[in-house]
Design a protein around this ligand. Structure first.
Ligand code: FAD
Length: 305
C-alpha cells in the first residue's frame, strides 16, 4: 500500500528543494491570481522561481515586469527565461543586460519554439543564437549567472534520436549550464532511464524533474501531444469522466502528483521544479506532503500539539 511506502519521514523536508515556474500575466485578473499564488508559495522558501518568456520575445515586457516585481516585493530569487527566437544576438544581449541591471542573477536559457508554431521547422535568426547551447555560452560570457537549461526525458520532438539530444545537453553543460530542468513527464521510469543515459553520455549536471500538476486533464493531454510527452493510459483512466467535476478532478490531480513526487523522492531525487500554471493549491499540497512547509504552518502545528 502506498501510504506505508510513501509515509513522510521527518527528515525528507530538509533534503528536498523546490523551484516554481510562473508565466507573465496578460490581464489584471491574471495578475491578481499570480500574486495570490506567489504570496501563498513564498513561505515555502523555494530555491528560485522562474518566469517564462513568450515566443519571439512576445512577453518581454511582461516577463521583465513580473521579474522586477518579484525582486522588489518578495524575498524570492527570480530566474528569467530567455529564448533565441526571432532575435539577433545584440537584441538578446540587450535583454540580458536589462535583466542583470535589475538585479537578476539566474536565467533559464532556451532556444524556444519555431516562430511559425510547434511542428514547423526551426529557423534561427540569421544573426541570432542558433540553439540553447549558444545562448548559454553568451550568458556565461556576459556575467557570473546561474544558468538552467531544458532536458527532454522523452526526447525533444525535433530531435532525430536521443543521441542528438544528449549531444545538445552536453554542449549546454560544457558551456556553463548548472542544471537541466526537464519537460514534464508522468512515467518516472522514463526519467530515471534518461538520467542514467545522460550520465553515460558524460553529462553530470543535476537533471531536475519538471512536475506538472494536472489542473485540467483535457488541456494537458492536448499540450502533451504537441510537446512529445506521453500521457499513459492509467493517467487518462484516472481522470476519465471528471471533466465536469472540478472538485474531484483537483483531488485526483493532487493524489497523482503526490504519488509521482513521493516515488521520485524514494528514488533519491532531491530537487523538483513545479510548473505551477500560476496556481498555488496543488503545488502547496504536494510540497506539504514532501515535508516542505511554511514556518507559519509548522509553528501552528507545534502550538496545537
Ligand atoms: P535546444 O536545447 O537548443 O534544443 C532542444 C533539442 O532540439 C536538442 O536536443 C536538439 O536535438 C534539437 N534541435 C535543436 N535545434 C534543432 C534544429 N534546428 N533541428 C533539429 N533539431 C534541433 N519556451 C518558450 O518559448 N519560453 C519559455 O520560457 C520556455 N521555458 C521552458 C522551460 C523548460 C524547463 C522547458 C523544458 C522548455 C521550455 N520552453 C520554453 C520550451 C522550449 O523553448 C521548446 O521545447 C523548444 O522547442 C526547444 O528549446 P530548447 O532550449 O530546449 O532547445
Amino acid at each position: 500500500m502506498n501510504q506505508f511506502r510513501f509515509s513522510r519521514r521527518p527528515d525528507i523536508g530538509d533534503k528536498v528543494r523546490v523551484s516554481f515556474e510562473f508565466f507573465p500575466p496578460k490581464t489584471d485578473e491574471m495578475e491578481a491570481r499570480l500574486w495570490d499564488t506567489v504570496t501563498r508559495l513564498e513561505p515555502l522558501k523555494p530555491k528560485f522561481v522562474s518566469v517564462t518568456y513568450g515566443a519571439g520575445g512576445s512577453t518581454r515586457e511582461r516577463t521583465a515586469r513580473t521579474v522586477k516585481r518579484i525582486l522588489n516585493e518578495t524575498t524570492l530569487t527570480p530566474a528569467a527565461h530567455m529564448t533565441c527566437v526571432d532575435a539577433a544576438r545584440d537584441q538578446v544581449d540587450a535583454v540580458v543586460r536589462e535583466f542583470a541591471d535589475m538585479g537578476v542573477t539566474r536565467f533559464v536559457a532556451l532556444r524556444g519554439d519555431p516562430a511559425a508554431g510547434v511542428g514547423t521547422a526551426y529557423r534561427p535568426h540569421p544573426d541570432g543564437y542558433a540553439n540553447g547551447a549558444e545562448l548559454v555560452g553568451a550568458l556565461k560570457g556576459a556575467g557570473d549567472f546561474d544558468i538552467s537549461v531544458s532536458a527532454y526525458p522523452e526526447k525533444h520532438p525535433e530531435s532525430p534520436d536521443f543521441a542528438t539530444d544528449f549531444d545538445m545537453l552536453k554542449r549546454k553543460a560544457d558551456n556553463g549550464a548548472m542544471r537541466a530542468i526537464t519537460q514534464f513527464f508522468f512515467d518516472n521510469d522514463l526519467y530515471e532511464r534518461y538520467v542514467e543515459r545522460a550520465r553515460r553520455a558524460g553529462i553530470y549536471i543535476p537533471i531536475v524533474p519538471g512536475i506538472l500538476p494536472v489542473h485540467n486533464f483535457t488541456q494537458v493531454a492536448n499540450f502533451s501531444a504537441r510537446c512529445g510527452a506521453l500521457v499513459p493510459a492509467w493517467l487518462a483512466e484516472r481522470f476519465d469522466g471528471l471533466q465536469n467535476d472540478p472538485q474531484t478532478h483537483a483531488l485526483v490531480a493532487s493524489a497523482v502528483a503526490a504519488e509521482q513526487v513521493l516515488d521520485l523522492v524514494e528514488r533519491g531525487v532531491s530537487d523538483f521544479h513545479f510548473y505551477t500554471m500560476n496556481r498555488a493549491d496543488l503545488v502547496f499540497a504536494i510540497c506539504h506532503m514532501i515535508g516542505i512547509r511554511s514556518h507559519e504552518a509548522e509553528a501552528a502545528g507545534s502550538a496545537a500539539a
